[in-house]
Design a protein. Structure first.
Length: 408
């Protein structure tokens, strides 16, 4: 009896589902029969899934972010007006403190929505190497020193001999990341390890405060403009998704469009699990070596890192369950994978509950109780392990390129 064909088949089956070295890490490449709807007697309506996720999840999220960004721009402008009034002596400290708190709170509100939107990167948000996304929030490419330089450039009105134009500045110098630094950092010294923004050392403290709040006003205005642009380009793109498979559509079938939606959910794996938890824990390369590194948390100034992780999980869950309509769980159940659907929903909720239970910031927990953060990482990993194996295999989907061959 020739056993070679049988052996080959067994090896292929094991390659798709086996647990691979790197601790308890899980790996997968693509679901069986990728780019074809599951064939186990399902007549699942992928078109309805796409429409529901677009209409009930993604579009409302982008619309809400646009509204929050506009409100934030107004609050930052008022904060700066009150900063100047406080310096001039025309208002008392409590009035300024109230305006500053309002600006910080509306930053948190806008950021909270955006952290859910991070799980919805598809279509125009990915164009030009994610340029629009980065203009809104460029993490992990955040550079407070560059922001310090742009404060002085904006104050002078010129940069390299040309009129200052924030729309032409690099994403790391603006957006939600720059606003966090400008609104939550009270240290008036620049943050550059080498070099110094021209003339900064010669300014008085009051001049520095005004320079920073005026630049924050400009950054918030630019953020609102980019949020509005996001809604516009997204609404223009919606028909492409909803009409996947039609003549002339870039998606040759609806399943391919569903695959792009599932790709967006892998943010939870690479960014949340690895970048926001694994890197500060020392499981990924960080600034401290192979040990816990509090300075590598996402939100260094506002200390909202845990809130960001929770919102990532919530954004993931909204796509998974489809809000009040059809989500990926319905698809899983339709193909006979109810256990996978139920387990993923339960694992997401466990991860959220775990992150909500912290009594301190993520930065503080890394300093005093890194085991707690390791547990959170494990809770998120439970979700992403199933995402990379059972989820894609049962739905005949393919891993995004950033996750293919990943064993973590």
């Amino acid at each position: 009896m020739n056993r070679k064909p049988l052996l080959s088949k067994l090896m292929l089956a094991l390659a798709a589902t086996t647990l691979i070295g790197c601790g308890e890490s899980t790996s997968s490449s693509s679901g069986k029969d990728f780019n074809k709807p599951p064939t186990n007697n399902t007549d699942f309506n992928e078109k309805a899934l796409i429409a529901n996720l677009v209409d009930k999840v993604i579009t409302p999220t982008f619309t809400q972010f646009n509204e929050k960004a506009k409100a934030h721009s107004t609050d930052v402008a008022q904060f700066c007006t009150q900063q100047k009034a406080l310096i001039a002596g025309s208002i008392e400290q409590p009035a300024f403190d109230s305006a500053k708190q309002a600006a910080q709170n509306s930053w948190g509100a806008a950021m909270g929505v955006w952290q859910q939107a991070e799980l919805m990167q598809i279509g125009p948000i990915l164009d030009n190497d994610k340029l629009l996304r980065d203009r809104i929030y460029s993490w992990p490419n955040i550079n407070s020193c560059a922001v310090d330089y742009d404060v002085t450039f904006f104050r002078s009105g010129t940069v390299n001999g040309a009129p200052y134009d924030i729309t032409r500045r690099l994403p790391s110098r603006k957006g939600l990341g720059a606003l966090e630094y400008l609104l939550f950092n009270d240290n008036l010294n620049h943050s550059c390890k080498t070099g110094s923004p021209d003339g900064w050392a010669n300014l008085t403290d009051n001049q520095k405060k005004i320079a920073r709040c005026e630049f924050a006003t400009e950054v918030a205005k630019d953020l609102a403009n980019n949020a509005s642009n996001l809604v516009t380009v997204w609404n223009n793109y919606v028909p492409t998704l909803k009409e996947a498979g039609s003549t002339g559509n870039p998606f040759k079938n609806e399943h391919e469009a569903v695959n792009r939606l599932s790709d967006a959910m892998f943010y939870l794996d690479k960014a949340t699990k690895d970048g926001k938890l694994g890197k500060p824990l020392g499981l990924q390369v960080n600034a401290c070596g192979a040990e816990a590194c509090p300075e590598d948390v996402e939100s260094k100034f506002a200390e909202k890192s845990l809130a960001h992780i929770i919102n990532n999980l919530r954004g993931f869950d909204r796509l998974l369950q489809g809000e009040s309509g059809i989500g990926f769980t319905a698809y899983l159940k339709d193909v006979g994978a109810k256990d996978t659907a139920d387990a993923m929903v339960a694992d997401v909720q466990k991860a959220i509950v775990n992150a909500e239970a912290y009594q301190v910031s993520l930065k503080k927990a890394l300093q005093d109780n890194s085991d707690q953060v390791t547990e959170t990482h494990g809770k998120v990993k439970n979700v992403t392990d199933k995402l990379k194996t059972d989820f894609i295999n049962r739905l005949a989907l393919e891993l995004p390129k950033t996750s293919a061959g990943d064993n973590d």
